[in-house]
Write a protein that binds this ligand. Structure first.
Ligand code: GLP
Length: 250
């Protein structure tokens, strides 16, 4: 049975995901267990990060003993580039939630040898033991991280070419589509599946088809998010629109 929660609005869905992350952090602290959060970028998790920041400001949450690992970064963008995922994370979570740079990891996109950087990042994630909880979004084409359709289900962190529809979708963050990097370093599907638990947050009609295929269709590399069926602790958190193509028995 797939674990699916459906909410009336995108904000409510994001709030549910934020609560799951908060409770995970608090449980780890209570039990004195390591807490490693896998984090995603994009528009969908923004309200999640807003909730987490609000709780830190009101002293209901602390990230002192939390380590974070982001899924991906654009090849060619330095950590201080305004459209880099480093900058996204600093602005939307790290600076506001008191997450120090020494505890927050992302692949570095501006290195001379991105393939070597991908290998370094894979080792970093694996040697740490993988995220204890991974927050994921989903692309309209079913990508997770930047694992585009066709990515091997056991793939590890590597340099990938971005699909044209991903470049088009992400061009909204750039002045012009020509500025969108064509490659990224992403955790692989196999890397993602090492996470102890996974939350997938998807909102809006544009994600309905990708969500339905991921949950209801057979596992297939042509739809990377379907690989999540191979993991025993995945929770899908959706709004009504993103859930609109699910069969009623889900
Ligand atoms: C991006 C990221 C993914 C994200 C996805 C959806 O390209 N690499 O991690 O989940 O696309 O983004 P959004 O939430 O903006 O729809």
């Amino acid at each position: 049975m797939v674990d699916v929660s459906v909410h009336d609005s995108a904000d409510q869905a994001a709030h549910d995901a934020a609560i799951a992350i908060r409770d995970h952090v608090l449980t780890c602290v209570d039990h004195k267990q390591p807490c490693r959060l896998g984090l995603a970028t994009g528009g969908t998790p923004l309200p999640v990060y807003r909730d987490l920041v609000r709780w830190v400001r009101s002293d209901r949450l602390r990230f002192d003993d939390v380590t974070t690992f982001n899924l991906d970064e654009y090849v060619g963008l330095a950590p201080d580039h305004p459209q880099s995922y480093h900058e996204y994370m600093r602005q939307n979570l790290f600076d506001e939630a008191g997450i120090r740079g020494c505890n927050a990891f992302l692949p570095i996109g501006s290195v001379v040898d991105p393939n070597q950087e991908a290998r370094r990042y894979e080792s970093l994630v694996v040697d740490a033991g993988g995220p204890t909880m991974q927050l994921l979004g989903i692309g309209r084409n079913g990508h997770i991280g930047f694992n585009e359709p066709g990515s091997p289900l056991d793939s590890i962190t590597r340099v990938v070419d971005l699909a044209d529809d991903t470049i088009a979708a992400n061009s909204r963050y750039f002045q012009d589509i020509s500025e969108v990097p064509r490659q990224a370093i992403t955790m692989g599907i196999g890397t993602i599946l090492r996470s102890h638990s996974i939350i997938v947050l998807a909102t809006g009609l544009a994600k309905a088809d990708a969500v339905a295929r991921a949950i209801q269709d057979p596992v297939d590399a042509s739809h990377p998010a379907s690989a999540l069926q191979l993991h025993s602790r995945v929770r899908w958190i959706l709004d009504r629109e993103a859930a609109s193509l699910l069969h009623s028995d889900q």
